[in-house]
Design a protein around this ligand. Structure first.
Ligand code: 3NM
Ligand code: MG
Length: 518
């Protein structure tokens, strides 16, 4: 077997414990899964005697050879030698890589478990053929894991490998992967110049009711993009002019399509958010119970998760809803209100980032800085939920760009000037009015507005977000300039009116309001 052409896509790690294998025969389970599309198998057995392990290894090797897939043995170089299989997988506490190589020779496949950049560098330098990167998620299958690193941790390791010139070393990730999260993890863990070669699973195959079907499914999922990555055939608008040209169409499309804006938001702004959604022509629903999202996500709309009054139950509801929307690829807007204010909120941000794909993240400077710093890059203590600005203009634009690039999404940082980016193109918008800061919930209802726009224009989320911001902020300017508006109290109804009027004018082909865009 040529070690350069090994396919790591669906990597099965065996487990013969009753909790996972049940009363089934391991050989039958492995054969079914290889028939379905498993591309590489590792015999992992922490309890059997050497003789029994060699016997099982020989049986499995007869099967894997028939299907031309490699068999590796976990930890036990002696067993691998006795079986005569293709290689071994060694952990950080097992035999040294150099010693294993000496015993097995240059043609054997040797993989190493790593959970940090340092471990990855050592293994690559030592000549590992592939790395098993983990633990991605805590898993009942292996409880003595050292580091739970999420997709973000995998991505950092892949990036470090590429930076150090180890592109040729193959990689799989492991820990808690299954059919539901596989595509998202693979997508989110992709570094700019290196991506995973496969995913390693135990229970998703060994405990599957039908291992052949499960392997076929994992293989298909690994080889396709997640539903939330919209492959639009139309070219995306990339310049200010091109985006501005698109804005009227997007405003019209919201009014025409009446997309559902599903708000999981705080008590303070529910009423305001629903009224804003209606004014721009969207169809609002306020539903904070996660279970409902499994029905609502099928209606072609978008979800807003607004962390305004988060509690542990609320967090579980968000996660359910995010999973539902991610699974059908309908967009999600995340508003990490007060992200840095408390330990609970910081931890909620981290949980949400590791368990969901967020099409749009919208927040003020402190919130965006906290979300960016969540991986341990840099973190800020925020006071309350109000916005404070500490960064220079160029730093703000760079922060937004870097977060969007890392999360492969669109990030909006609101303030006197708003910054938004998809990681490649970064724009600033100077519209708006101070009254927006004197009324509660305007930031939250901007999230609602963006959700409707992205639902209406999923192929170009950046352009949709620009359209939402312009509609919203120019409406605020027009309202504030009205003679009947004397302060924040009279501003609110006038603002709703102007949102409505801009929508109506645009639908009738009158787009003069866009001239105020700056
Ligand atoms: N190694 P499941 S996690 C065997 O982090 C193993 O190195 C891990 O099982 C590591 O796919 C793990 O059922 C178990 O979550 C993975
Ligand atoms: Mg081990």
């Amino acid at each position: 077997m040529d070690t350069n052409t090994i396919n790591y896509a669906v990597y099965l790690v065996t487990d013969n414990t009753p909790a996972i294998l049940g009363s089934r025969d391991l050989c039958e389970v492995v054969e079914a899964s290889v028939r379905g599309g498993t591309t590489i198998v590792q015999l992992r057995d922490k309890t059997s005697d050497t003789g029994a392990m060699i016997e099982m290894g020989k049986k499995l090797h007869a099967i894997t050879r028939k299907y031309k897939v490699p068999l590796l043995i976990n930890d036990r170089i002696d067993v691998a030698l006795a079986v005569g299989c293709e290689g071994v997988h060694i952990g950080q506490d097992d035999m040294e890589l150099s010693a294993a190589r000496k015993l097995l020779g240059p043609d054997a496949i040797i993989g190493v478990t790593v959970s940090t950049i340092e471990e990855a560098m050592v293994a690559c330098k030592g000549g590992a053929d592939y790395l098993g990167i983990g633990t991605v998620y805590a898993t009942p299958t292996k409880t003595n894991t050292k580091n739970i690193i999420g997709a973000a941790g995998v991505r950092d390791i892949l990036q470090a490998m590429a930076d150090a010139g180890y592109d040729h070393v193959k990689t799989v990730c492991i820990g808690g992967l299954n059919a539901e999260n596989l595509q998202r993890i693979v997508y989110q863990s992709e570094a700019p110049s290196k991506k995973l070669d496969g995913v390693a699973v135990v229970s998703a195959l060994v405990a599957a009711p039908d291992p052949e079907a499960a392997a076929r499914n994992l293989s298909q999922l690994f080889n396709s993009l997640p539903p939330f990555v919209k492959q639009s055939s139309a070219p995306k608008a990339e310049t200010v002019d091109a985006i501005l040209k698109l804005v009227p169409d997007v405003v019209k499309e919201v009014a025409r399509g009446k997309p559902l804006s599903h708000n999981m938001t705080n008590l303070v702004v529910q009423n305001f958010a629903a009224n804003v959604a209606l004014a721009i022509g969207a169809s609002p629903i306020m539903a904070n119970y996660g279970e409902e999202a499994f029905d609502l996500c099928k209606l072609g709309g978008a979800l807003v998760v607004n962390m305004g009054t988060v509690d542990p139950d609320g967090l579980q509801n968000y996660l359910k809803a995010l999973r539902a929307y991610n699974s059908v690829g309908q967009p999600v807007v995340y508003d990490p209100v007060g992200a840095g204010a408390t330990t609970l909120r910081r931890s909620a941000v981290k949980t949400i980032l590791t368990h969901a794909y967020l099409d749009i993240i919208k927040g003020n400077e402190g919130e965006i800085r906290t979300v960016y710093g969540i991986d341990g890059h840099d973190s800020v203590q925020q006071r309350g939920v109000d916005s404070v600005s500490e960064l220079e203009v160029s730093q703000k634009a760079e922060l937004v760009r870097k977060l969007a690039s890392r999360e492969k999404n669109v990030v909006v940082m609101t303030g006197e000037t708003d910054y938004l980016s998809d990681g490649q193109h970064t724009f600033r918008i100077d519209n708006g009015h101070v009254y927006l800061e004197m009324v509660t919930g305007t930031g939250c209802v901007l999230g609602t507005t963006i959700s409707a726009y992205v639902a209406a224009c999923p192929g170009d989320k950046l352009a949709a977000t620009v359209a939402a911001l312009l509609h919203f902020e120019i409406a605020a300017e027009r309202a504030a300039e009205r003679r009947d508006v004397q302060g924040p109290g009279t501003f609110v109804p006038a603002f709703l009116d102007e949102l409505f009027k801009i929508r109506k004018e645009t639908s009738e082909g009158r787009v003069g309001w866009l001239k105020s865009a700056k």
